[in-house]
Ligand binder design. Structure first.
Ligand code: GSH
Length: 231
């Protein structure tokens, strides 16, 4: 059976949504990133990048959320666009944009707002600008059509959904007002039974939610490095 290494945060949630949508049987394994479990040698043997999610399917190991979405979509033949070079080209483009632009820029904007030890106006300005620029690209794409790749619900919509969940936190409580098409997609996917089951997964295991000193060390090891270097 598939072993799915999960934490209830944006990137693992994209994969959880696929697994719930597809009906594939899987075992959920919580990696509590607030406790530093992403850094254990056992987990690093599965995902050398020390991040969630990861997936083991028999002899196959896959890490990085969009790689896992592609793997599962190819394995099942589900939630893919038409098998034409044009449609697949669009799929790769938007998936890469989500993983290499939208997610890191949104994540860095949240980081510098809520977790940086001191306010850094230059970083805040840059990441606010870039996060919004990426979300506006997604909103414009969804203004033209129902889903990211046209009229069919695909893994690209799942990838966007995972990060749309953090929009109010990262971009502000009224941000959805400025992203009406993203909000429409978000609401539509949230109403799907698979999304509701995905939301319930976090109740299957208790996980640490506070941000005490140990969690900050596990999530932001560069701060420790800074302190060591300053000595
Ligand atoms: N590019 C990776 C990023 C994964 C990632 O950053 N995962 C976060 C949860 S959303 C994590 O595990 N963070 C733990 C940490 O930063 O130590 C992917 O898409 O899977």
């Amino acid at each position: 059976m598939i072993r799915f290494y999960y934490h209830p945060s944006p990137n693992p949630s994209k994969v959880a949504l696929f697994l719930e949508e597809s009906g594939l049987a899987y075992q959920l394994i919580l990696v509590d990133i607030h406790k530093g479990e992403q850094h254990t040698p056992e987990y690093l043997a599965i995902n050398p990048n020390g991040r969630t999610p990861a997936l083991v399917d028999g002899d196959v190991t896959v890490f990085d959320s969009n790689a896992i979405l592609l793997y599962l979509a190819e394995k099942t033949g589900q939630f893919l666009p038409a098998a034409t070079p044009e449609a697949r080209g669009q799929m790769y483009s938007w998936l890469m944009l989500q993983g290499t632009g939208l997610a890191p820029m949104t994540g860095q904007y949240a980081h510098f707002q809520f977790f940086a030890p001191e306010p850094l106006p230059y970083a805040l300005n840059r990441f606010e600008f870039e996060a919004w620029r990426h979300w506006n690209l997604i909103d414009a794409q969804l203004a033209k059509q129902r889903y990211m790749l046209g009229e069919a619900y695909t893994i690209v919509d799942m990838a966007i959904w995972g990060w749309a969940r953090v929009i109010p936190f990262a971009l502000g409580s009224s941000a959805f007002d400025k992203l009406p098409h993203v909000k429409r997609l978000f609401d539509e996917i949230n109403a799907r039974p698979a999304a509701q089951r995905t939301e319930d997964l976090k109740n299957q295991h208790s996980h640490k939610t506070d941000f005490d000193a140990d969690t900050l060390k596990a999530l932001f090891p560069h701060n420790t490095k800074q302190a060591v270097c300053a000595v």
